[in-house]
Design a protein around this ligand. Structure first.
Ligand code: DAT
Ligand code: MG
Length: 140
């Protein structure tokens, strides 16, 4: 498998508890390199666009409220098979179903406040990275 890039967000429940470094330690221990990183406060417009695929789901409003409730850290991660490698180390969406040692098992508060986002395909990774980063801010 080739070296790949994926997009990550450290969500407001994690930044609020000062867990950015703790999440990054798990990411780096999994062999992924953080090659772009920025702390931002998402606007509603950004969050709605980012989660557009979920706009018909009953939790959409709650999700946008949460993602705009505090600072997030947007990241570009690089490594071998990075999309799947990051999904594996994130753990299941619902932290009660997440495997031991995963970010969501370690830190997530609930299925909604689940500490991290990671792209689900290489195609979506490219779209999501472009939404938050310019090329000059990614240094591999
Ligand atoms: P993932 O973040 O694991 O890719 P997803 O794409 O299905 O999961 O959903 C995006 C986010 O929406 C998820 O991280 C948290 C929220 N979410 C998903 N299912 C939910 C539910 N049943 N109730 C509340 N929030 C939910
Ligand atoms: Mg998803």
């Amino acid at each position: 498998m080739a070296i790949q890039r994926t997009f990550s967000i450290i969500k407001p429940d994690a930044t609020e508890r000062n867990l950015t470094g703790a999440v990054n330690a798990v990411i780096e221990k999994a062999g992924l390199r953080i090659i772009g990183q920025r702390r931002i406060k998402m606007t509603r417009e950004q969050a709605e666009r980012f989660y557009d695929v979920h706009k018909e789901r009953p939790f959409f409003g709650e999700l946008v409220d949460f993602m705009t409730s505090g600072p997030v850290v947007v990241q570009v991660l690089e490594g071998e098979n990075a999309v799947k490698a990051y999904r594996d180390v994130m753990g299941a969406t619902n932290p009660t179903e997440a495997a031991d040692g995963t970010i969501r098992k370690l830190f997530a508060k609930s299925i909604g406040e689940n500490s991290v986002h990671g792209s689900d395909s290489e195609e979506n990774a490219a779209i999501e990275i472009a939404q938050f980063f310019s090329l000059a801010d990614i240094v591999g």
